[in-house]
Write a protein that binds this ligand. Sequence first.
Ligand code: FES
Length: 104
Amino acid sequence: MSEVAVLVIERGGQAERFEVAFEAGQSVLDGLRLIRATVDPGLAFRYSCLNANACKECMMVLDGKVIYACTARLEAREMRLGPLPNKALVRDLVTAIAPPDERL
Ligand code: FES
């Protein structure tokens, strides 16, 4: 049976709430991809490897702690997500992760 997580996402200085149905074991990244596919195609977040903890591109803040969205699990509660605080914000949950001299 699926459960519901409430993702509260910091975007542009506001907090937006999204309810996401999930099965046990699904990741925060799964929830974000579902939101983007079904509710808000404009939601910005970054990932490459999906679930290998290899690309490190899905780093964001969950309830005040830096996590990898692809390895953090959805839970049936309110989960607050925001961009990394110590990086330049690109949009929504995307921050500039490349060193400045590697950016085009
Ligand atoms: S998507 Fe690559 S580490 Fe999370």
